[in-house]
Design a binder for this molecule. Structure first.
Ligand SMILES: *Cc1c(COP(=O)(O)O)cnc(C)c1O
Length: 392
């Protein structure tokens, strides 16, 4: 049995479900019993243009039949095109460094901040402030940047200089002469689909600029059209100094980016990644970026968002006994559930009705569907979810 083999050979770091998915198409998945599921998770915001997207598959096949990897000692054409596309769609004047994951992109951001703090100003600045309930990744440094103390158990000692603001309002009072950067998610994802207040973020951006403290925005989950614009930073109308991307960028192929407006933020010998930005990941990403830009420009993306939101609000209103509030925007959405046990029951029941949904934070039912989900898939998914909730 696959389940027994998994238990024997894989470290038990995840609470897994053992449905064995064999194939997919857009927001639909088929398991080994040929049961059809609707996917409202897109692999935690990764498969942004759906499963088995033909254009992405074709771009990958063409690329790997040619060159998969050559190393960053040579110029890599799809990498350069990918960076150009990212920077142009962001509307900012920035340069990119390619990594392979969100945590790795955030490591790059923190290295940029540390170097900036070393060479700008009279004394060395190294402190980075993040928010409570944030999530920035699982490497030692990204984990320390993550404002969830429970996750830090066992893994210390950590790098110095990280502290957590309870809310965005508390950041100003925490700045001192050693602070070099503030790193935030504009909508906390893992923390429970928690958007920050736009006016407060804009005020923070202004304050940090006046103090030469870097604003670093972790858009690993919010980026690449998840929240309606290319970046959540575009939605919030701010210009961060450093931005990181990963999840939705490669359509399922591992890729991460740290981008910055700081000139020569890192130079030869100061950073690197063997696999970062290779032909495979950037060819896939270029296909994803084209598809989503077209979808945004044609109005399809906005129509899909409205359709999803409308259905979600109907569901939210129908079950006031289960849900306390509806949170998030774009296709990064959550319904706060009255308690954690009820949430666990909802996710289980949804799976039985063959619709995949996620948990975030303690009590948030989270939705991160593919941005290309069809009207039929939205209708079917909500029909199943309605049945799941009605059965509780
Ligand atoms: C998922 C996530 C990460 C970590 O990304 P990995 O690819 O798992 O390293 C970092 N930041 C945010 C906001 C995320 O949602």
């Amino acid at each position: 049995m696959l389940q027994d083999l998994e238990k024997q050979y894989i470290l038990p770091t995840y609470g897994r479900n053992y449905t064995n998915f064999k194939s997919g198409k857009n927001a639909t998945l088929i398991d080994s019993d040929v049961q059809t599921f609707i996917d409202f998770t897109s692999g935690i915001g990764v498969v942004s243009v759906g499963h088995a997207n033909e254009k992405v598959a074709q771009a990958i096949c063409e690329q790997v039949n040619n060159i998969t990897h050559i190393s960053n000692l040579y110029v890599i054409e799809p990498q350069v095109k990918c960076a150009e596309s990212i920077v142009k769609q962001s509307t900012f004047k920035m340069q990119c460094f390619f990594a392979n994951s969100g945590a790795e992109a955030n490591e790059g951001a923190i290295k940029i901040a540390r170097k900036y703090g070393e060479i700008n100003g009279e004394i060395k600045r190294y402190k980075v402030i993040t928010l409570d309930q944030s999530f920035h990744g699982r490497t030692i440094t990204a984990l320390k940047a993550t404002g969830q103390e429970a996750m830090h158990n066992y893994f210390g000692p950590f790098p110095d200089g990280f502290s957590y603001a309870n809310t965005i309002d508390d950041i100003e009072g925490m700045l001192d002469e050693h602070t070099v950067a503030v790193m935030i998610e504009l909508v906390q994802g893992e923390g429970g689909v928690q958007p920050l207040d736009k006016q407060k973020v804009q005020a923070l951006a202004k304050l940090l600029k006046s103090k030469d403290v870097l604003l670093m925005v972790d858009e690993v989950q919010t980026g690449v059209y998840r929240t309606g614009e290319f970046l959540a930073s575009n939605v919030y109308e701010i210009e961060p100094d450093v931005i990181t991307l990963a999840k939705g960028l490669g359509g399922g192929v591992p890729i991460g980016v740290v981008m910055t407006s700081i000139e020569n933020a890192l130079v030869a010998g100061e950073h690197g990644a063997t696999f970062g930005g290779n032909y495979l990941s950037t060819a896939a990403s270029n296909a994803v970026l084209n598809i989503l830009q077209e979808s945004k420009n044609s109005g399809d993306l906005d129509r899909t968002f409205i359709k999803f939101e409308t259905k979600l609000e109907v569901l939210f209103k129908k079950f006031p006994n289960l849900f306390t509030s509806s949170v998030g925007f774009g296709m990064m959405r959550g319904l706060r559930v009255k308690d954690a046990d009820t949430l666990a029951n909802i996710i289980k029941s949804a799976h039985e009705q063959k619709v995949l949904v996620l948990k975030a934070g303690r009590n948030t039912l989270r939705f991160l569907p593919p941005l290309t989900i069809s009207d039929e898939e939205i209708n079917e998914g909500f029909k199943r979810l309605d049945a799941a909730l009605s059965s509780l």
